[in-house]
Design a protein around this ligand. Structure first.
Ligand code: HEC
Length: 232
């Protein structure tokens, strides 16, 4: 009870803690409180009257540059919120990202249409697979993207990892356009895949139609007999 009273009447009671040990600080305090904090000289320090276990706080004004940043950020928030979320004058980053993705998909689709318009079974065999530059590019793409499963020699490690591409068997159609399409679209949804489990992903997204056409040309050039019927 006694102690409670001590706390509430702190102002009137003598401070039992710090004053005796830090007389200089207390002197500063009384001087500072009497003066108005406004008329301070640069570098002059004011202590708040409040003291807790002998610990006191400075009574300083926040620097103007700091306050300017604070108020500007608050103002910026309102402007930003109104432009992007209330009035929707500009697209948010999510919206512009979605729009960009849509554009890319459209570009990819257009590119596929352009490539497809250039292609048919005869053109693949007579033009693409006989063009050494195209075949060389196709071989390069194949080595990078396909050889891990189908192996560099096209034998797919004796058919262990994937369907061999040099055994004269074209499971999903033996026309050049069939080969192009199976690479483009991967294992068809209705198929169980190789050995009933092994499926191939579609490559259209990773490689694009043009590179897949070049790979197809390379595969044709490596299997001339399989596609001889289209030779003119
Ligand atoms: C992760 C392993 C893997 C990679 C990488 C891979 N394939 Fe395949 N591929 C397979 C499997 C498994 C099959 C058999 C799928 C099926 O039967 O449905 C297959 C099937 C094929 C077929 C069909 C063969 C046929 O008999 O009709 C072709 C063509 C083919 N791949 C070409 C490619 C090309 C070109 C690439 C590179 C762009 C490639 N593959 C990359 C695993 C792979």
């Amino acid at each position: 009870m006694d102690q409670n009273k001590d706390n509430s009447n702190k102002e009137k009671e003598p401070d039992l803690y710090s004053p005796a040990e830090t007389p200089a600080l207390v002197e500063d305090k009384s001087a500072a409180v009497k003066e108005a904090p406004k008329g301070l000289k640069k570098g002059e320090i004011v202590l708040r009257e409040h003291s807790f276990d002998g610990i006191q706080e400075y009574d300083q004004q926040l620097p103007n540059w700091w306050l300017t940043i604070l108020w500007l950020s608050i103002a910026f928030f309102f402007v930003y919120y109104i432009i992007y979320y209330s009035l929707k004058l500009l697209p948010t980053s999510t919206e512009s990202m979605d729009q960009r993705v849509e554009e890319i998909q459209q570009m990819r689709y257009d590119a596929l249409q352009v490539t497809l318009a250039k292609l048919d079974d005869e053109k693949f065999v007579n033009e693409w697979s006989t063009d050494l530059a195209i075949v060389a590019r196709g071989k390069e793409h194949y080595a990078k993207n396909c050889s891990s499963c189908h192996s560099v020699d096209l034998a797919a490690y004796g058919g262990a990892a994937a369907r061999p591409l040099n055994d004269g068997v074209w499971e999903y159609g033996d026309k050049p356009m069939d080969v192009f399409n199976i690479i483009l679209k991967g294992t068809p949804a209705e198929s169980k895949g190789y050995k009933g489990v092994l499926r191939m992903q579609p490559w259209e997204k990773d490689l694009g139609a043009e590179k897949i056409a070049e790979i197809t040309a390379y595969l044709i050039s490596e299997n001339p007999k399989d596609f001889a019927k289209f030779k003119k």
